[in-house]
Design a protein around this ligand. Structure first.
Ligand code: ADP
Ligand code: MG
Length: 485
């Protein structure tokens, strides 16, 4: 009867995002042969969407209605989950959105998180279909655990001739790598046809032509966090509309009237405000800046009313306002000054109340000297990892847990021999590399770090995606939720 049917638990509904080109391009085939039969048997209902291009998943996740789903599952490599996490954090409702359980079914060439989930469940290290089957089983079982997310602030690309472009903020669930590891990741793209063996070949090629990179690495060890003078309690949360209104009121000297009913950000995807002084505004796309210093995303409706398109082209959820003669109030931070005399504009940006990196000063300001450790010199690699695995068969941070609130930092100084480095990578497969003793190799944990490359060589990656330095990062414990079985 209708009554008894309502007493039964309703089937879980999962949104499957499949990248048909991940790994060796087998994701759709594996869906048909392995994944969907098991999911159907587990009485899980699903919707399957194939991603059509880079950032497709990210845009989709920014838009969709989340209450319709019990979880979002990536059928790809780690790169697609990176898009999903960032899509969730770019939503105005990020605080709830990031709590939706996310899962991963490994079909990529980089399957670090799947390797970590497999290990956490007590299974032996495995690859390809075996790893997929384990992860699929754990997904069907459905247990969820909190997962740390690391907020990373990176510099704008050096190619943008605009040196005062604001830093980029992104969210990472896996790693920040510099030097050897990221070079292998980026260079081995050309061996994509080999699947995960691309990293082994890439490693051997890089060892043969070993390089070192000049840089400065600073980190904040976990024990010092409570005594840190900068660890002020986070400010009370305010709604988006209120903080924008307050920010602009401070800037304009004059009261701002709200013109939209409640600046319905979800229905209109835009904010409208009114002031008694003309104001330029726009979203934070680096590419849409105009000659006069205003932003292409801006609309100057009338001297007293203007609109912000929200998240249209914006790579990160920052709103900008440029005013003729502003004061500098918080919570706005000044990003640049343009023009001269009466034409002088100052531009401010306001993050959409994203989690504050309370352990870090702004990227262009010096770190506190107390409690921070700084190492300057020549590095072979710096690797910040927050999952146990760096690849399905790379057990790089044996102590790491999904929600330990720690960044596991490994750095290798120049001077290490090729043989020792090779031994280190082989030991990583078994997770015994911490016993490879070498004065050039260090393993520490931290809550935050800053990395300043001092030479132009060497790539920097966040979750395997290319970024630019200097960068800094802070862990936000248990921000997300992961399906671990
Ligand atoms: P792999 O581990 O094989 O690299 P990923 O999941 O990391 O697999 O995907 C690699 C990249 O492919 C991601 O950055 C993602 O944005 C991008 N991507 C997703 N869908 C597509 C698509 N249909 N075509 C091309 N690239 C895509
Ligand atoms: Mg961790």
């Amino acid at each position: 009867t209708e009554f008894s049917r309502r007493l039964l638990p309703r089937p879980r509904r999962l949104l499957l995002l499949v990248n048909p080109f991940s790994g060796r391009g087998q994701a759709m085939q594996w869906c048909q042969t392995q994944i969907l039969p098991m999911i159907k048997e587990a009485n899980i209902s699903y919707n399957l969407i194939q991603t059509e291009r880079q950032n497709h998943a990210r845009e989709l996740i920014r838009e969709i209605s989340l209450p319709e789903w019990d979880g979002i599952v990536i059928v790809s490599g780690d790169g697609l989950l990176h898009e999903v996490i960032n899509g969730l954090m770019e939503r105005p409702d990020w605080e709830q959105a990031i709590k939706i359980p996310v899962g991963i079914l490994p079909c990529g060439s980089g399957n670090a998180l799947a390797g970590s989930i497999n290990h956490n469940a007590g299974y032996d290290m495995c690859l390809r279909e075996s790893l997929l089957l384990n992860c699929c089983f754990l997904l069907c079982r459905g247990g969820v655990r909190p997962m740390d997310v690391v907020s990373v602030t990176t510099s704008p690309p050096p190619s943008s001739n605009n040196h005062t472009a604001p830093p980029r903020r992104l969210f990472s669930f896996l790693s920040v790598a510099w030097g050897f590891v990221s070079d292998v990741d980026i260079e081995s793209e050309r061996y994509r046809g080999l699947g995960s063996a691309r990293f082994t070949l890439g490693t051997l090629v890089r060892i043969a032509s070993l390089r070192s990179y000049k840089g400065r690495l600073s980190f904040l060890p976990p024990t010092s966090c409570t005594s840190s003078p900068d660890a002020t309690p986070p400010p009370p949360r305010r709604t988006i509309s209120r903080s924008i209104t307050e920010g602009l009121e401070g800037l304009c000297h004059t009261p701002i009237h709200r013109t939209c009913s409640d600046m319905g950000i979800s229905e209109q995807r835009s904010l409208r405000l009114a002031a008694e002084e003309p104001v330029w505004s726009g979203t934070s796309s680096e590419s849409n800046e105009r000659e006069d210093g205003s932003l292409g995303g801006a609309e100057r409706r009338s001297p007293t009313s203007w609109t912000w398109p929200v998240s249209e082209r914006s790579p990160s959820p920052l709103l900008f306002a440029t005013l003729p003669s502003p004061t500098s109030p918080s919570p706005w931070t000044k990003t640049r000054t343009r023009g001269q005399g009466p034409q002088r504009h100052r531009q401010f940006c306001l993050p959409l109340n994203l989690p504050k990196d309370d352990l870090l000063p702004p990227l262009d300001q010096p770190l506190p000297t107390r409690d921070w450790v700084t190492i300057e010199g020549d590095f072979v690699l710096v690797l910040a990892l927050y999952q146990s695995h760096l690849g399905a068969d790379l057990f790089a941070a044996p102590q790491a847990r999904f929600d330990d609130g720690l960044i596991h930092l490994t750095f290798v100084r120049a001077g290490i021999s090729r043989a020792t480095l090779l031994r280190l990578f082989f030991a990583m497969e078994r997770g015994t590399h911490h016993s490879v003793s070498s004065p050039y190799v260090s393993h520490v944990t931290c809550k935050a770090f800053r990395l300043q490359p001092l030479s132009t060589r060497g790539t920097l990656t966040v979750d395997g995606e290319l970024v630019y330095g200097p960068l800094q990062a802070q862990v936000h414990p248990s921000l997300a939720r992961l399906i671990v079985g």
